[in-house]
Design a binder for this molecule. Structure first.
Ligand code: NAD
Length: 470
């Protein structure tokens, strides 16, 4: 077991409280690391370091800052094996997917934001006598979840520092270890002290302190809608800091009548079950025409059996454990609720116990209606609900019948799918299994968030806008 230290002002330092948070491997239930349980003293030190470093950092040219960001990508790439193994231990992503799903996109973040920062137009002329300038915000607190630990961190940190800000990161207490690769990288490349600081700890302590801190200019939060609302309120109430929120989802995958239903079902199930269903944009509601019920379900039942579930270190496994006991109990409670409310489970089962890790096989419910709890709330596990429609208007009504609006998918003839996607209230819509890319913005309508990450919009989030009248 390894004990970690905080990373503040370019140094690894002990936490002030002397207390630790244990990090458990969900596949074995073994505690393999401990991180400091940060407190107010640590937070104040980290914010002060970021504040002190920011003027000199923002005075560097965008090209110089971009060079540092690119070096992070190089470092993660060089250590990708180790980073992948750490994430596997933290949250149980299988070895088959851990590099592609978890590590590669953080390398892409580094390369993409370095290139964007070099070519970005930080000042735009308007007419003959006006200009709009984009400037760094200052000190940014980054609060991140555990389901894609390094990806979520680099989605914030790289654009933030490329734009001239300094940051304090509080990684999730469930998966805090992989963040330290960023500290190691910062040390090796000689990143100026204070540009990046890492304070581990609990959301209720370190997260709250950062959200309320009067010397923090922006809080960028990714996590649940429930906690995001609180973070937003604290951020505004304290000093009207800028608030960016990337929150939960209940995304619909709509199979139009013109779709190849087998391809659509396969793609939806992959989009629902990968990472053990612990994906904010997971396609958890399949909306399908009623007349294909029988053949669709026959296909789904047979395809569900092909998902191998077990030890993440085994190359044959597609689904690892849920990341924590809390997540396991929550998903089991939803499975029981689904049955109680009248849905029919056609694949998977309620697991007996979690003696040997927090495993749950993919579950598919049919005969689900939009008023059932499993169709309304974010389960965050490998659970798919099928809801049938008679008319396309009804399909749209079902797809949009949610408080969320993070993502969605449509399958069908391209022009039909595009027309339908135009009416969906979601920040990202995948058409006929299109590829995910960090070059386009990602974020939510409605209660799935405020603002965007990725793409040029994601970079713009980390800048202030100043108008100049010449
Ligand atoms: P969470 O809301 O419990 O915590 C997220 C982070 O915020 C953690 O670091 C946590 O310690 C901290 N935190 C929690 N409560 C806080 C509070 N009151 N004040 C300050 N900080 C607080 O979420 P989680 O369980 O870590 O992650 C799962 C959730 O994240 C899901 O709802 C998922 O949909 C969402 N998510 C969203 C996106 C997106 O891009 N929209 C991406 C990944 C995950």
């Amino acid at each position: 077991m390894k004990d970690y230290k905080l990373y503040i002002n370019g140094e690894f330092v002990e936490g002030n409280s002397g207390a630790y948070i244990e990090v458990e491997n969900p596949a074995t239930k073994e505690v393999f690391a401990r991180v400091p349980d940060g407190n107010e003293v640590d937070v104040d030190k980290a914010v002060a370091a970021a504040r002190a470093a920011q003027p000199a950092w923002s005075a560097l040219s965008p090209e110089k800052r971009a060079d540092y960001v690119e070096k992070f990508a190089d470092y993660i790439e060089k250590h990708s094996d180790e980073v992948g193994k750490t994430i596997m231990a933290e949250i149980g992503t299988p070895v088959k997917y851990v590099y592609g799903l978890q590590v590669e996109s953080s390398i892409e973040h580094g390369r993409y934001y370095a290139e964007l920062a070099r070519r970005y137009q930080y000042e735009k002329k308007v007419g003959d006598d006006m200009a709009v300038r984009y400037e760094p915000i200052g000190v940014i607190a980054c609060l991140t979840p555990w389901n894609y630990p390094i990806y979520q961190e680099t989605a914030k940190i790289f654009p933030a520092i490329a734009a001239g800000n300094c940051i304090v990161l509080k990684p999730s207490q469930i998966a805090p270890v992989s963040a330290f690769v960023l500290a190691e990288a910062a040390r090796e490349m000689g990143l100026p002290a204070g540009v990046i600081n890492i304070v581990t700890g609990r959301g209720s302590e370190v997260g709250t302190l950062l959200a309320k801190h009067e010397d923090v200019d922006m809080v960028s939060f990714t996590g649940s809608t429930e906690q995001g609302k609180k973070v937003g309120m604290m951020g505004i109430e304290s000093n009207v800091k800028k608030v960016a929120l990337e929150l939960g989802g209940k995304s619909a995958s709509v199979i139009l009548r013109s779709a190849d239903y087998e391809k659509a079902a396969k793609s939806t199930m992959m989009g629902c079950f990968l990472n053990t269903g612990q994906i904010c944009s997971a396609l958890t509601r399949m909306v399908a025409p009623r007349e294909i019920k029988e053949k669709l379900e026959e296909y789904i039942v047979s395809f569900a059996k092909t998902f191998t579930v077990g030890d993440p270190q085994d190359e044959k496994m597609m689904i690892g454990p849920l990341a924590s006991r809390k997540g396991f109990d929550k998903v089991c409670a939803y499975l029981r609720r689904g049955l109680e409310e009248g849905a029919k489970m056609i694949a998977g089962q309620i697991p007996g116990d979690c003696e040997n890790g927090y495993y749950i096989s993919p579950v598919v419910f049919t005969d689900v209606t939009s008023d059932m709890t499993i169709a309304r709330e974010e389960i965050f596990g490998p659970v798919l609900s099928i809801i049938y429609y008679d008319t396309e208007e009804e399909a749209l009504q079902i797809a949009n019948d949610t408080i969320y609006g993070l993502a969605g998918a449509v399958f069908g003839r391209q022009e039909d799918a595009l027309r339908f996607a135009g009416k969906m209230k979601a920040g990202t819509v995948n058409i006929n299994n299109g590829n995910f890319s960090i070059e386009v913005p990602f974020g939510g309508y409605r209660q799935s968030g405020l603002g965007r990450e990725n793409g040029e919009d994601g970079f713009g989030e980390f800048m202030e806008t100043k108008s100049l009248m010449l």
